[in-house]
Write a new protein. Structure first.
Lengths: 336, 484
């Protein structure tokens, strides 16, 4: 097989790596040590996890707390378009909506970020200007991640250069499922280094686990730890390109992971469910899940995001309903 | 109550109580009619506010006699001779009515008992309906239960139930009794009579023949008159071991059949290979479900010494998120203690725990001024010799003990005069099966706790009682010519 890029050159990026934070310095010293560490994490009982989120799903969020939840959720949205048909015009239109989601109401908060493919990061950057809305770009041969490491790293550097200040990478699920955990780890470390910016702090790295392909909650917990140990700033459930995506049991396990990781290392990692969250009710359930699993420290766009496209319009409709007392309709929010 | 001042405070979300219509006073339900009792009236109180909800009648000995005679007549004239399939039809009808009026039952149960609406709505009432559905299906299949051919009904069942799951315990008692062809006289607990009285209304709505179900409210005297009545063929009791013992004495030497479902001091065993987060949930569910007013509550946590600190820390964090307060608020996790007497007992035993050297921990927790409240509590440094490790507290109080090896876990778990339930937490299936076989407890849960289902028999070893309720076994307790 012919490689366009020299495969041996790739791993150089990965070797000059920092080791994980204490007390986990030794965890990645060898394949077997890393495997032993990951498989030594407490198991997850799927039935129990599902029962817990079902119970939290019965929380009744009304009136003032609902208003707070809707505004908070809007401010946490990574407004996303990831289609082959994306154009600069589409991205500019989305950027306008991100800055001012409800043109009829200036008190409506702006969203957290616009999430696009790397080649359109520049368009998004320009359209968002100094609005404070971040530019997130997916990279590393999103969504499959099936490319050689050099291509993935080039993808990341390109997106950063185009103006992305957040990178949403995918892990190598093939490597994970075949038990090559250290490969997955090293690739994340390499991507993190590729997020460096000469004149600014590094672009924030969100690590997509694509939990729908990992299938078991034990795998979700292990992959979460790999991503956190490798220096990911956020762990993210899914690409949104397959189903199931961001389910509540997966969210519970990933939140438990960021909670335990901070307790052990002192470093806080963010969480981003993405894909399948379409209604205000779904969003509120996630906020409740955060509130009662990791607490208010994560109830902030710096630590929690929704990867979504259609969610925003439902949040806006519900927001209008709370304000006016009646439901309007789809023509009262903008089509993206 | 939350751990810290979160920006995400849940606004009050009270379930409306307008759906229930509580009369100023209630009589007894005898022979298909609500009649005035000849005993004194006594109040039923909302334990969350101490508000008097209504007055109910304490059935006298004469009332008990009237009810038992009505039940006997119904057994001989209508219910007994009736085609079994028709008996099933009535039970299906009752089950559907319970579902249709579920919200009414849930609100009334929370008002009268103090349990959170989330539990009465999601557990008590649906399970009660499920019991009627389940036993309705058995009514015309008794020949095939596996208890021999043509098992016969016993006759009149005198049933006395506790205050912790008023409607659900009624369903556990009434559904199998009626399915097996018996008629019943049931006494709900003194502090929680209201859902049983609403159930009487459902019996009328279902056109259940008069006398098949009779409801007598009252206290201990009424219960005693009922179980000692000569014309009662079967006594079923759920409640304290002390009262159970006196009932056993009362029926000794008679032909009455007896089932007793009494106290418990269940061990919830957490091994170091457990799914810790789910185990912590299970511990919480095991001891704080229904304010710990659960005979099978996991009140003794046996945790492997190597993970003791981690589990206790996780448990404390989780307990800090429990919401204690208004039982009718849909977001409440822990409601009110059922009565002043029960609260006094919980306090007394907790104080003894502290005096004996165990460490008490309670979350920062604001409790309402009125009503009966006790915060979720855990005791660490508990020894098997402490009273809080031996006596049933019947409240939201957990005693944490440790073990080092599986044998030690089994020995400590079985070291109790009770034997109603136990829990095992481990990711290792072979260990679960082995330990479960060694535990002397009627129900053993694996990687879960306090899960109930009408198909599953429930009952105890040792001082937790005898006889089984639920499943096929539950029918055996109400049939003659059938081995239990």
């Amino acid at each position: 097989m012919t490689h366009v890029l020299d495969p041996d050159a790739l791993s150089d990026d990965a070797r000059a790596l920092s080791v994980p934070l204490p007390p986990y310095r030794d965890a990645t010293r060898s394949d077997s040590a890393f495997r032993a560490f990951l498989h030594g994490l407490p198991g997850v009982d799927q039935v129990g996890a599902e029962a817990r989120v079902a119970q939290l799903g019965t929380r009744s969020i009304k009136t003032t707390s609902k208003a707070w939840a809707i505004d908070t959720a809007i401010s946490m949205v990574d407004l996303t378009t990831l289609e082959g048909a994306d154009t600069p015009g589409k991205v500019r239109s989305l950027a306008a909506k991100a800055r001012r989601p409800d043109p009829t109401d200036p008190t409506c908060p702006r969203v957290a970020a616009v999430c696009v493919y790397g080649d359109l990061a520049g368009v998004a950057r320009e359209a968002l200007g100094d609005s404070g809305v971040h530019v997130a770009a997916v990279a590393t041969a999103f969504p499959s991640g099936r490319a050689s490491r050099a291509v993935k790293l080039a993808d990341v550097r390109d997106a950063v250069q185009n103006g992305a200040d957040e990178i949403d990478m995918v892990i190598d699920r093939g490597a994970f499922l075949s038990g090559r955990y250290l490969d997955v780890y090293e690739e994340i470390v390499a991507v993190k280094e590729a997020c460096a910016r000469p004149d600014a702090s590094p672009a924030h790295l969100k690590v997509i686990l694509e939990t729908g392909e990992l299938v078991t909650l034990d795998n979700v917990r292990r992959a979460s730890w790999i991503a956190m140990l490798a220096g990911g700033d956020f762990i993210k459930t899914s690409t949104g390109k397959m189903s199931p995506a961001a389910t509540l049991p997966v969210g519970l396990v990933m939140l438990e992971a960021v909670r335990d990781f901070r307790a052990a290392t002192g470093r806080q990692v963010g969480f981003k469910p993405a894909g399948g969250i379409r209604t205000t009710k779904d969003a509120v359930k996630h906020l409740v899940l955060i509130n009662e699993t990791v607490g208010p420290d994560w109830l902030d766009p710096d630590w929690f995001r929704f990867g979504a496209s259609s969610l925003l319009n439902d949040l806006l409709l519900q927001r209008q309903k709370l304000r006016t007392g009646h439901y309007s309709g789809p023509d009262y929010v903008s089509v993206d | 109550m939350t751990t810290s001042s979160s920006p995400f405070e849940y606004a009050p979300a009270p379930e409306s109580r307008s759906i229930v219509d509580i009369a100023p006073s209630y009589g007894l339900f005898i022979d298909g009619e609500f009649v005035d009792g000849t005993g004194d009236a006594f109040p039923s109180v909302n334990p969350a506010t101490e508000e008097v909800l209504t007055e109910v009648s304490a059935a006298s000995e004469a009332d008990v006699d009237r009810a038992v005679r009505a039940a006997r007549r119904a057994f001989e004239k209508t219910w007994g001779p009736m085609r079994a399939a028709d008996r099933g039809k009535y039970l299906f009808r009752i089950a559907r009515l319970l579902q249709e009026r579920a919200r009414e039952f849930a609100v009334l149960e929370s008002l009268d008992n103090g349990k959170p609406i989330r539990e009465s709505r999601d557990v008590d009432v649906p399970l009660a309906a499920a019991h009627f559905f389940y036993y309705a299906g058995w009514a015309d299949k008794l020949d095939h239960v596996g208890l021999g051919t043509r098992p016969r009904a016993l006759g009149v069942a005198g049933q006395v139930i506790p205050w912790n799951f008023p409607l659900l315990m009624l369903a556990w008692k009434v559904a199998p009794a009626l399915a097996a062809g018996n008629t019943v006289v049931l006494k709900p607990a003194e502090t929680t009579p209201l859902t049983a009285l609403l159930f009487a209304e459902v019996c009328r709505q279902a056109d259940l023949p008069a006398g098949v179900v009779n409801i007598l409210t009252g206290a201990g005297d009424t219960g005693r008159a009922l179980v000692e009545h000569d014309d009662v063929d079967k006594v079923a009791f759920t409640g304290s071991t002390e009262v159970g013992r006196s009932i056993a004495r009362a029926v000794a030497g008679t032909s009455k059949k007896l089932t007793l479902e009494l106290g418990g001091k269940a061990a919830n065993i957490v091994f170091d290979d457990a799914p810790i987060d789910q185990a912590v949930e299970g511990i919480v569910q095991g001891i704080f479900f229904n304010q710990g007013h659960v005979c099978c509550a996991g009140s003794r946590l046996l945790v492997q010494e190597s993970i003791h600190d981690e589990v206790v820390a996780s448990l404390q964090r989780r307990i800090g998120t429990l919401r204690v307060g208004d039982p009718l608020d849909k977001n409440t996790d822990i409601g009110a203690i059922n009565s002043a007497d029960q609260l006094a007992r919980i306090r007394e035993l907790s104080d003894i725990g502290e005096a004996e050297g165990a460490q008490r921990w309670q979350p920062a927790c604001e409790l309402p001024d009125r009503g009966f409240w006790y915060p979720p509590t855990i005791f660490t440094d508990v020894s098997s010799a402490h009273r809080i490790a031996r006596d049933e507290i019947f409240g939201p109080v957990l005693s944490v003990l440790t073990f080092r090896t599986p044998d030690e876990a089994v020995a400590k778990a079985n070291n109790t005069t009770y034997g109603l339930s136990a829990g095992i937490w481990s990711e290792k299936g072979s260990r679960i099966l082995k330990i479960a076989n060694q535990l002397r407890a009627g129900v053993v849960w694996a990687n879960t706790f306090n899960k109930f289902d009408p198909t599953s028999p429930f009952g105890g070893y040792k001082q937790s009682g005898y006889g089984r309720e639920g499943g096929r076994h539950g029918l055996a307790a109400y049939l003659e010519g059938a081995e239990q």
